[in-house]
Each structure stands twice: as structure tokens, then as C-alpha cells.
Design a protein around this ligand. Structure first.
Ligand code: 5GP
Length: 190
């Protein structure tokens, strides 16, 4: 998606050599128009795919998932939660996700009420790096007996191996921008 790439080049900042900070349009302040274009782009990439529900993970996946849902017939958006909640935990699917940026494992949960057997689920997230978050979301989906029909990613860091890690899942991956490298603070696209 060309406009996204331009925005990454103009507004993205590189931290610690490999973390791309896109706080002013995706991760903190939200560029609504650009998010809307992302939603539309996901609908084009997954055109013809029946989607009953979109699954994402809090917090940064929510905005783009909601925008995408507008282009998939306003299907519900469910977000996996990272915090424990007494009334959720008894009846929830759970997965452990290792965060490379935070260097810790956190448990993510979705209530069994919101992922149902046979539902066709499109998974959307802001970044794909090592593939841990996506793997967790695919596992939650399958635990419910639902079908992960695709993985839509805004920014894939192609040099961190997530796509390979997920290859055995058989889930189709569509990324709106793929970074080939981040070197000396410079982002290079594939
Ligand atoms: P993975 O689980 O694929 O290793 O990493 C994906 C998750 O880590 C995303 O949900 C995102 O929150 C975070 N993440 C990984 N790399 C980056 C990055 O370069 N920039 C930002 N903003 N988040 C990242």
C-alpha cells in the first residue's frame, strides 16, 4: 500500500536499531483516513473470502480491525485481552504470547462467547515480527473450532521470520507493507 509506505518513511522512527515507532498514525495517535484505507486494502486482498468475524489483539490492532470490519459487511470485531478479568477467565480460550519488544510472556484471552465453532475468522494485527502474537491468535481461533481464513498485517518486518514461523499453520498472510530491513535507522521495503 503506497500511501502507508510513504507515511512510514515520513513519520516512522527507528528505535534500538530494529523497532519501528509509528506512534503518530498507528500506535498512539490514529490517522483515521489512513486506517480507513488500510481497512479497504484488506477487503481487496481478501476479496471473495467469507468472513464472519475479525479477531485482533488489544490495543493497537483494534482500530485497524474496526475499520476493516466496515468493508466486510460490518462483521463483529473481537479483541484478545491481555489483562485478567474475573468474569472472563472461567470461560475463556487462552494462549501464551512472547513479546520480543517487552521480553516477556503474557497470556491473552478471548471469552468463549465470542469465538464460535465453524466461524470464519480473519485475524488482523498492526505488526508481524517473530510471529508470536499471530500464532497465539490462530491458536485461540482453532481452540474454538473456528477457521482462521487469513492473517491481515499492517506492517510486516520481513527480516524477523514471522512468516516462516507461521508457514506450518497454513494461514494465508497479507501484509500492507513489508520491510526488508532496518539498517542504520533506514527502512527498506521489499
Ligand atoms: P511478534 O509477536 O510477531 O513478534 O510481534 C508482533 C507484536 O509485537 C505486534 O503486535 C506489535 O505490537 C509488536 N511489535 C513488534 N515489532 C514492532 C515494531 O517494530 N514496532 C512496533 N510499534 N510494534 C512492534
Amino acid at each position: 500500500m503506497e500511501r502507508l509506505k510513504q507515511k512510514i518513511l515520513s513519520d516512522g522512527r527507528v528505535l534500538n536499531g530494529y523497532v519501528l515507532k509509528v506512534d503518530n498514525f498507528l500506535n498512539h495517535q490514529l490517522d483515521v483516513e489512513l486506517l480507513d484505507e488500510m481497512g479497504q486494502a484488506f477487503a481487496e486482498r481478501f476479496a471473495g473470502e467469507k468472513v464472519d468475524k475479525i479477531l485482533t489483539i488489544e490495543a493497537s490492532g483494534i482500530a485497524v480491525a474496526v475499520m476493516a470490519a466496515r468493508y466486510f459487511g460490518n462483521v463483529p470485531v473481537v479483541f484478545a485481552k491481555k489483562t485478567e478479568s474475573l468474569n472472563l477467565d472461567a470461560e475463556a480460550y487462552e494462549a501464551d504470547v512472547f513479546s520480543f519488544t517487552k521480553q516477556k510472556v503474557s497470556r491473552v484471552r478471548v471469552s468463549k462467547r465470542y469465538l464460535l465453532e465453524g466461524e470464519r475468522v480473519l485475524i488482523i494485527d498492526d505488526f508481524l515480527a517473530h510471529g508470536h502474537a499471530a500464532r497465539g491468535l490462530i491458536s485461540l481461533t482453532r481452540a474454538a473450532g473456528a477457521i482462521p481464513v487469513g492473517l491481515g498485517i499492517v506492517i510486516e518486518k520481513g527480516f524477523q521470520g514471522g512468516r516462516d514461523v507461521l508457514a506450518d499453520s497454513g494461514v494465508r498472510i497479507e501484509s500492507l507493507a513489508i520491510l526488508d530491513s532496518i539498517e542504520d535507522g533506514q527502512v527498506r521495503f521489499r
